[in-house]
Design a protein around this ligand. Structure first.
Ligand code: SF4
Ligand code: F3S
Length: 105
């Protein structure tokens, strides 16, 4: 499966959504999640993200942190298939790291 990682938090460009052939993106307020059990590993979304937030799960943290986060939120957030408006202030978060811990806890 592919996973959405920290770079997406507060940036949410949403260029990834419409290319997914199985519509497996789920939308939170500041972040998107891929449903790991729906993703068919096509890899089409990966190059679409301007901040390189999408990765194969082989590049996850050793403890599988992002796979868990994607699975957890994809279960509770609504499915999204059409690109919406990205946050107006996204550029100020583009180079920040550790955003998930900062803005989700
Ligand atoms: Fe969708 Fe393919 Fe990306 Fe998986 S890898 S989320 S199936 S576009
Ligand atoms: Fe996030 Fe990148 Fe998609 S910032 S919403 S993973 S295009």
């Amino acid at each position: 499966t592919y996973i959405v990682t920290d770079a997406c938090v507060k940036c949410k460009f949403m260029d990834c959504i419409e290319v997914c052939p199985v519509d497996c993106f789920y939308e939170g307020e500041n972040f998107l999640a891929i449903a790991p059990d729906e993703c068919i590993d096509c890899g089409v979304c990966e190059p679409e993200c301007p901040v390189d937030a999408i990765k194969p799960d082989t590049e996850d943290e050793p403890d599988g942190k992002w796979l868990q986060i994607n699975a957890q939120y994809a279960r509770v957030w609504p499915n999204i298939t059409v690109k919406g408006t990205p946050p107006a202030d996204r550029e100020q978060y583009e180079r920040e790291t550790g955003k998930f811990e900062k803005y989700f806890s």
